[in-house]
Design a protein around this ligand. Structure first.
Ligand code: MCN
Length: 796
């Protein structure tokens, strides 16, 4: 941890809080990870998709005879085949009042609605044969006018994407008190306005999506191996809504998954197709996306057009916030799509500030583009970007330091629990120490002097950008999300199974696809049971093994899955103590575990090891009267509230006024995710998130033309952040435990992404203030920045 100021806990903890190397890395680094595409079954066939080249078209006749004549082609499937078999529409898992839910067939039927929508599927002996045969299908696609931008889809006379959604409106949603907000605006000294676009992103996990289905006629049972962040949600949606089969007839396995960033939460058409084809052809069927397919089929992220107004007093006090957002949802509603621009966005607009009133309106809009759903941070980066941008703009207009305006408005530590005007009740927080620490780490006073000197001489344009972010994660109390429209519970499961040899197997509903749970969850077990980490196996990603669980998204695994594990371990430990007490002929309350051994308090000799207890639990030869044999416990943990991590990120950039190139010079991230289980993993999460957030601010952009064609469909046009774009990130921590979960932990998996886009954007605009530029939409490509500087110079 070269640049970290993390101090390991001074308590006698052996595993928690330690930067233990990731136990999963040897297999990933030596190529022995086991991903969906690595799995091959006897007699396996391959699916290849004929995808629409048009964003909107009517499907006429489909002539598959030439494709079917190719040796090795076993079938060509169309939307009609699925409809005839009664295969259901792909559902959404979140409902809002008056939500329009147009049908979403896995293979399009009647019309295609985005470039990439599936028109037909070839199933063949090899992938090459299937892909070649796709080109031989003759489809009469009659192009229709299309629309790709949210605001254009709302314009009078716009093309209608679905007849079920007149005017392309999927929903209109609002939060906060409009009248109270208007009243506070009327009292304010001034109003700062900002119109901004939060552009669309492609998730780009390293492993493209893949699915392999097997059908066993004997038991009428399916197995699906798929790249999923939450196999139980996949099983529930596929069984109950799409295939109409009992859930226990479908086993979903998500083995090693090479990153998801949210894009592998959802139920995708290809999963339905391979399951359907496997039953029809009585052979296993596999599909693996190519990178070019991923660009047009993985659910995309963000895509907001917003107008915001911030009411202020002249001393910088915030009086109210008004927001109007158009959220482009793409062509269909996917699993979490309605929740992302509403409950995961509107509720976060309060940030860390004391707002007397907020009112936000969001219009969800259908367009002829790839569907939009959760992408790392999901709604919260959009809220943070808007809020932190307008706060920095307000500071510039008021002539206040960007850190000072924030400090003056922070909710104070003695004000928790804090009810915001946008529904959430923050359980804890202490924002100033994080700001102060970050200011110290970045060497703020000296930096501002250097900035002023550079501007004065015209030699250097430095920008310093703040983001004092907050996020709500650890999704979260089932009762609350149920009231908000989720068709899902938000608890998590854990089973702790102690073997006769004292080895421990944990079955968790959380899913690790890069976050290192096999290490951090094993640290929790080793600490609690006082056993070596090598004796612990963490099993996840298989509905055939684990009890029901809701999976990994919304940075919920440590706070919810980890807490379920801690509670299950508590039950195991209580039973183990009772068994040990029986063996030691003592009362359970007189027995303690020291250095792994159970001993009578004050008697160091003659204890029972964890192995002795585990073995005796199974042999049960000499067992407490009435106690069940075995040592296995389960806990379903449903938290009382979300958790609210926060922090201060400061980005320092230098803008080359001659070329428009933005260079990241320094980045300080002070995060508070409560007590840290593994600082190396937590900091790795922060590093990755910051790279992604920087990517959005400076490099990445999903560009559609007016006809809905994706113009940035390869890495030649879609620039991802690379090592050379980054700097050595300086990471710091403050520790404010969550008061309501047994570990006190808060999520860290999305913090970097949520915070960094705003910090980098504020830094770039801060540098551009030297030219009289007060806002510029991302991404800050050299051309865009250069043009903005040229235009500003001309108009001066
Ligand atoms: N952790 C810790 N101490 C804490 C909090 C967390 O040591 N106080 C550890 C956890 O034990 C876990 C990791 O940090 O190993 C992340 O924990 P958490 O914040 O609970 O997030 P999740 O494990 O639920 O991961 C989800 C989150 C999300 S929502 C996205 S999107 C994302 C992310 O994690 N996608 C990722 N990080 C990713 N990292 C990789 N490599 N790949 C992805 O697809």
């Amino acid at each position: 941890l070269p640049d970290s100021n993390y101090k390991e806990p001074t308590s006698p903890q052996k595993f928690m809080g330690k930067a233990i190397k990731r136990v999963e890395d040897p297999r990933f680094l030596t190529g022995t990870g086991h991903y969906t595409d690595d799995i091959n079954l006897h007699g396996q066939l391959h699916a290849a998709m004929l995808r629409s080249p048009y964003a909107h078209a009517k499907i006429g006749a489909i002539d598959a005879s030439a494709a079917l004549a190719v040796k090795g082609v076993r079938a060509v499937l169309t939307g009609q085949d699925l409809a005839d078999a009664g295969v259901g529409s792909i559902p959404t898992g979140w409902l809002l009042p008056d939500l329009k839910v147009p049908p979403h067939p896995a293979i399009a039927h009647g019309e295609v609605n985005y470039v990439g929508d599936i028109v037909a599927v070839v199933i063949a002996d090899t992938r090459a044969i299937a892909e070649d045969a796709v080109a031989l299908i003759d489809v009469d696609l009659q192009p229709l006018p299309a629309v790709s931008l949210g605001s254009q889809a709302l314009a009078d006379g716009a093309v209608e994407v679905h007849p079920e959604a007149p005017g392309n409106v999927a929903f209109q949603w609002q939060i906060g008190d409009k009248d109270a907000t208007d009243a506070h605006f009327a009292q304010a000294d001034r109003v700062v306005t900002l119109k901004l676009r939060n552009h669309r992103l492609v998730p780009n996990a390293i492993e493209p999506r893949a699915s392999l289905a097997q059908y066993q006629a004997a038991g009428d049972e399916y197995t699906l191996w798929t790249t999923s962040q939450n196999p139980h949600i996949h099983r529930l949606l596929l069984a109950a809504f799409v295939l109409g089969i009992p859930e226990n007839k479908l086993r979903v396995i998500s083995p090693d998954v090479g990153g998801g960033f949210g894009s592998k939460i959802f139920q995708y058409p290809e999963e339905v197709i391979v399951l359907f084809a496997a039953k029809r052809l009585k052979r296993p069927v596999k599909w693996s996306a190519r990178r070019s397919e991923a660009f047009v089929t993985d659910m995309q992220g963000r895509d907001h057009e917003s107008e915001a107004e911030l009411a202020l007093m002249n001393d910088g006090r915030m009086m109210g916030l008004r927001v109007k957002t158009i959220a482009n949802l793409g062509a269909y509603l996917t699993t979490f799509a309605p929740a992302v621009p509403t409950y995961l966005y509107g509720t976060l607009l309060n940030g860390v500030y004391k707002f007397p009133a907020i009112h936000a309106e969001v219009t969800g809009v259908f367009t002829n583009t790839v569907p939009v759903d959760a992408y790392r941070g999901a709604g919260r980066p959009e809220a943070t970007y808007l809020l932190e941008r307008i706060v920095s703009k307000a500071a510039a207009e008021l002539g206040l330091d960007a850190s000072e305006i924030r400090r003056r408005n922070f909710i104070q530590p003695d004000e928790f629990p804090y009810q915001t005007p946008v529904a959430l009740v923050y359980d804890s927080g202490n924002y100033e120490p994080a700001l102060d620490k970050a200011l110290g780490m970045v060497n703020y006073t000296q930096l501002r002097q250097e900035q002023a000197e550079g501007r004065r001489t015209g030699q250097k344009y430095i920008g310093i950008g703040f983001s004092t972010y907050l996020e709500a994660c650890g999704l979260a109390p089932s009762a609350l999300v149920g009231q908000l429209g989720a068709q899902a519970g938000q608890w998590e499961s854990a089973v702790v199974r102690v073997m006769p040899t004292g080895k421990v197997e944990v079955l968790t509903g959380s899913h690790s696809h890069g976050q290192g749970h096999e290490t951090t969850f094993a640290q929790i077990v080793a600490e609690e049971l006082q056993i070596p980490m090598e004796d612990v196996s963490i099993i996840h990603g298989d509905t055939g093994k684990m009890p029901f669980g809701w999976g990994t998204y919304g940075s919920r695994s440590a706070a919810v899955g980890g807490s379920a594990l801690k509670m299950a371990l508590g039950k195991v430990k209580a039973k183990a103590t009772k068994i040990a007490a029986h063996l030691l002929e003592a009362a359970p309350e007189d027995v303690e575990q020291v250095d792994g051994s159970f001993r009578v308090k004050g008697v160091p000799e003659g204890g029972k090891s964890f192995f002795d207890v585990a073995l005796m639990a199974h042999l049960a030869h000499n067992f407490p009267e009435g106690m069940e044999p075995g040592l296995e416990e389960q806990y379903m943990y449903d938290p009382k509230n979300f958790v609210y991590p926060f922090g201060t990120h400061i980005a320092v950039v230098e803008v080359d006024a001659d070329t428009g190139k933005v260079k990241l010079r320094q980045y300080v991230a002070v995060d508070d995710c409560g007590p840290i289980i593994n600082p190396m993993i937590a900091e790795g999460q922060v590093h990755g998130g910051i790279a992604q957030g920087y990517g959005q601010a400076v490099l990445e952009e999903t560009v559609y033309d007016e006809d809905g064609n994706l113009l940035s469909g390869t890495f030649m046009e879609y620039a991802m952040p690379r090592a050379e774009d980054m700097v050595q990130i300086q990471v710091g921590h403050t520790v404010t435990p969550s008061p309501h979960n047994p570990l006190g932990v808060k999520g860290i998996g999305e913090a970097g992404t949520i915070s960094s886009t705003a910090a980098v954007a504020n830094a770039v605009v801060d540098a551009l203030e030297a030219f009289g530029i007060h806002h510029l939409d991302m991404p800050y490509t050299p051309e865009k920045v250069w043009r903005a500087i040229q235009d500003a110079r001309k108009s001066q």
